[in-house]
Design a protein around this ligand. Sequence first.
Ligand SMILES: [Zn+2]
Length: 270
Amino acid sequence: MLVIKGFNSDCLRDYKRCDICQRLYYKDSLVKYHNKYYCLDCLDYKADYSTQNDYNYIKDNDKIRLGIELEFDYIADKLKAFLFYYKFKLCYDGSIDFGEFKSPIFNIHRFRYVLKKFYEMYKKYKYDSKLVSSHIHFSFIDREKNSKLWNNWGYLKEYFAEEESKFIEYLYDNYDLFGRKFNSYCQVNDYDSRYFFINNTLKNTIEFRLCKVVNYCQLKWLLKFILKFCDIIKKVDKVNFNNYKKIDYLLYNYYRYYNQKYLKELKKGV
Ligand SMILES: [Zn+2]
């Protein structure tokens, strides 16, 4: 049993351990989420920018992996506690005022479940929190499928950067579903850069950088588009790479459809 000099057991009940550093604190000075407590030092401690989050929720029959980076200029302590509870890792990022929370590796069910809860909390604390962007990472667990996706996009992205793409042209003016305009951190000109809006310069994962997802309705429809995008690109046959226009048209059509669905639901306040 833990004994602290000068405390009787009644006092001890007012003290809790921070779930991260395990130090004992007066309960009221900690931030609580569910049954866990977090100290203010730990809620603000940032790991290096390049630190990865390897914690994963993948099960045997899962087909895909998803991850999300949530970048904040500022964020409410309650929301930080929520993210730590679900094993996000807080990292330093020089381009934003506060930092970025890197998610663990989710399967699709866990991704939807945790993010749905996150956006309920975000709504509640939106005046104390400012989300700047939310990059989404996708990969197939099947290696062959994944390298097809990764390589195919490597070939195709030049077309989307340099030709007159209907998909890109539409996206310029209808960025609601992704949530933000092209900018220097998610651009469409330099297809070899890690800032290309759909980036495959990271190993084995496709990163959607244009996302600024601020509600669950948006996430739901954007996720449908991302799944569709990865499925289409994965299936492209190398001999048919000349058929870029058709792929472009498919992406344009799906994107337009999901974007409109999202805007309709948003209007109805679903
Ligand atoms: Zn702590």
